[in-house]
Design a protein around this ligand. Structure first.
Ligand SMILES: C[S@@+](CC[C@H](N)C(=O)[O-])C[C@H]1O[C@@H](n2cnc3c(N)ncnc32)[C@H](O)[C@@H]1O
Length: 237
């Protein structure tokens, strides 16, 4: 049975005893989500793609008008909630699709306490629309669309490519098939040229696979408890 457990920064995560894994780092769910996905992924992409980038005032998040994010392993939706709030604050349109093979119940998500970390509007609209978002795309804010693809990563198909990929699968030790070359190649097909892939993990195999798929890779400082994480940018063709 899934269990709600506290992490070091006071935020909760979920423990899955069948897999033997937590949904987030026990060193802090909130800090991991903010550091790995929001700051090192979304903010990095927005700064990189800002028309002001390189100007004397430096990168500015206000430049981008729209961004699309694909998440592998939607889980509780914490990465979505923090990203949606940031985009609303910066007046950036967000299109977000999360792939999730085993969706959590709305009741369990409601118990996470993640309402503390986002605006009341974002939280309430997410909770109200969560079940519908498993069936079809739905507006969470006027400028934020969410869809959860209820399927395995290997079965996911899309005509579209995305600006950013949040790769948040369970660790390779528990779910090696989510980290093999086939899974990474399948995922990178959905990344736009110039798009950014981020994940909390960094391994030699992952680096080699991403390089072979035409990405430049970068070791970025890791979230609490981890020295490094991986960021890759798909080389523009
Ligand atoms: C580390 S957790 C994700 C945590 C999530 N991003 C959050 O903030 O709560 C990994 C997620 O991957 C999902 N998952 C497991 N196998 C999958 C597969 N083959 N395809 C898609 N999702 C999968 C799990 O159900 C779980 O929700």
């Amino acid at each position: 049975m899934l269990e709600l457990v506290p992490t070091a920064d006071g935020s909760n995560t979920i423990y899955n005893p069948e897999v033997g894994e937590n949904y987030h780092s026990r060193n802090g769910a909130l800090q991991e989500s903010k550091h790995v996905f929001v700051n090192s992924g979304l903010c990095y992409y927005l700064q990189k793609s800002s028309p002001l980038n390189g100007s004397p005032s430096g990168g500015d998040l206000e430049g981008a008008l729209a961004v699309s994010i694909l998440e592998v392993g939607f889980g509780t939706g914490l990465n979505f909630l923090l990203s949606a709030d940031l985009c609303a604050e910066k007046k950036i349109d967000l299109e977000y699709i999360g792939i999730e093979a085993y969706p959590l119940t709305k009741e369990l998500i409601t118990q996470t306490g993640y309402d503390q970390y986002v605006s009341a509007d974002t939280w309430q609209s997410f909770i109200n629309n969560y079940e519908q978002s498993l069936l079809s795309p739905i507006k969470i804010h006027p400028s934020c669309k969410l869809q959860i693809a209820n399927c395995k990563l290997s079965d996911f198909q899309s005509e579209k490519q995305y600006d950013i990929i949040y790769y948040d699968a369970f660790a390779a030790a528990r779910q090696p098939e989510m980290w093999d070359e086939a899974a990474i190649a399948h995922t990178i097909r959905f990344l736009k040229p110039g798009g950014v892939f981020v994940t909390y993990a960094i391994t030699g195999n992952l680096k080699r696979a991403l390089k072979a798929l035409g990405c430049t890779i970068e070791k970025a400082p890791g979230a609490a408890g981890k020295r490094e994480m991986l960021r890759a940018v798909k080389i523009a063709s």
